[in-house]
Design a binder for this molecule. Structure first.
Ligand SMILES: Cc1cc2nc3c(=O)[nH]c(=O)nc-3n(C[C@H](O)[C@H](O)[C@H](O)COP(=O)(O)OP(=O)(O)OC[C@H]3O[C@@H](n4cnc5c(N)ncnc54)[C@H](O)[C@@H]3O)c2cc1C
Length: 406
């Protein structure tokens, strides 16, 4: 039997492309999803701490694509066709109500990723989409009009159209399957991780968070301004995760060993002047008691004053030299990164199938007609907050349109 469509990968992108193709098609399609593991949609299940952060609040395509270190231009086309608003409307239309949290992340109101999974499986049943688990694709060949697909479990399938939705390409075997089809793979690397830092400044302060800091690699001009968290191992929080995504390649080259610069009070101007003025107006107060900057956590200020600089007593006695030292620590702390930890196991891969070889209008391979790609297998990745699922939904929708309309 020749399937109309075989989809490799039973994850978010694979399921969504199959369902969308059935919703768009005017006739019944014979679709098969091949999944290597014993369970489909495993990442959807564990995503967002079990709540599945399906997308992010939308305030225009231009703004939205800025959250993608790789694939920004490509996504402009995709989001114009399937936007985060389309995602929200689609789930609501399929009886999965969603809510937007204060930071812009969108979740099912049930707070359970299972709501998404149940919705998908109902539609898989409705459209009689075949799903085979424990079928790891190890070979793809195109002969004439048809694709021939073989699995490690010694099964063979044929299809008119083939969709590759295998997620982040960490598996070398599948990389070579795609390379044999003349598709170049950009080296897959981790994105979204926390930084290991051993520093007197951070020691004993795990759990302290900052509303906004500015952080960058010392060797680069690119900086991130966002909330930050001190952890037992170093630094994390939105600022660090975003920096890790935008500097994923650079950090890999440096083997995750490099110097960072942190400005702990980026919203304040002229810190030295502010410190001098505070000294003048509060000369009798104890320096360690209160920081002149309301946004600075008290324990962090005390750490700088008492432990790092060893300043005791009143403001009146703080020398010019020490005012300058406080200013330097607050605005340009140099910290050394010496390793990384993945964000709550949320390993997202930067790298993947080179976008140059894919037509952005229909996500078809430029080398092989009727071969399509969607989801994380492409060299597209976003920061944390629902952006990675959004690129999976949008690319899957565009693939479905191509499958149905040619
Ligand atoms: C713990 C965790 C939490 C996350 N939380 C969020 C979140 O809340 N919001 C967000 O936007 N993103 C989140 N992400 C990222 C998001 O899950 C991925 O970007 C998204 O799942 C990508 O979808 P995909 O379908 O392309 O790939 P996947 O979901 O990885 O699915 C690919 C499927 O293909 C199968 N496969 C691979 N190779 C083969 C083969 N050769 N043959 C057959 N099958 C194969 C795999 O087993 C897998 O089931 C999270 C990731 C992780 C790991």
């Amino acid at each position: 039997m020749v399937y109309d469509i075989v989809i490799i990968g039973g994850g978010a992108a694979g399921f969504f492309s199959a369902i969308q193709a059935c919703e768009l098609a005017k006739k019944k399609l014979k679709i098969l999803i091949l999944e290597s593991s014993p369970q489909c949609l495993q990442k959807v299940k564990v995503s967002g701490g079990g709540r599945c952060n399906v997308t992010h609040h939308f305030s225009g395509v231009q703004r939205f694509v800025e959250s993608y270190p790789r694939g920004e231009k490509f996504l402009l086309t995709l989001f114009n066709r399937w936007s985060p608003e389309d995602t929200v409307n689609w789930f609501e239309r399929h009886q999965v109500p969603l809510k937007t949290e204060a930071d812009g992340r969108v979740f099912p109101t049930s707070n359970q990723s299972q709501s998404i999974i149940n919705c998908f499986y109902q539609l898989i049943d409705k459209y009689q989409i075949e799903v085979l688990i424990k079928q790891q694709v190890i070979s793809i060949k195109k002969e004439g009009e048809h694709f021939h697909i073989k699995t490690k479990q010694e099964k063979s399938f044929s299809a008119q159209s083939l969709v590759v939705a295998t997620g982040g390409l960490r598996n070398k075997n599948f990389q070579s399957v795609l390379e044999n089809l003349n598709h170049q793979i950009i080296l897959p690397l981790p994105s979204l991780f926390s930084f290991h830092i051993q520093s007197d400044l951070l020691q004993g302060l795990a759990g302290i968070s900052f509303q906004e800091v500015e952080v960058k690699l010392q060797s680069s001009k690119f900086f991130v301004s966002a909330p930050l968290l001190i952890t037992h191992r170093g630094l994390s929080g939105p600022a660090i995760l975003k920096l890790s995504a935008f500097q994923a390649i650079e950090l890999h080259k440096k083997n995750y060993q490099c110097d960072l610069m942190v400005n702990w009070v980026p919203t304040q101007e002229n810190i030295l002047l502010a410190l001098k003025a505070y000294k003048q107006n509060n000369s009798k107060k104890l320096v360690s008691n209160q920081s002149p900057f309301a946004e600075l956590p008290r324990r962090f200020w005390q750490k700088i004053i008492e432990h790092i600089l060893g300043i005791n007593g009143q403001w009146a006695n703080v020398s010019q030299e020490n005012l300058k030292k406080i200013c330097d620590i607050l605005t340009q702390s140099q910290l050394t990164m010496n390793g990384k930890t993945l964000n709550k196991d949320e390993f997202v891969t930067c790298g993947g199938v080179d976008l140059k070889q894919i037509n952005p209008k229909n996500l078809e391979s430029k080398a092989i007609p009727n071969l399509y790609f969607c989801g994380e297998v492409l060299n597209i990745d976003g920061i944390t907050g629902g952006f990675n699922f959004q690129s999976a939904w949008s690319s899957a929708y565009c693939v479905a349109c191509s499958l149905v309309n040619g």
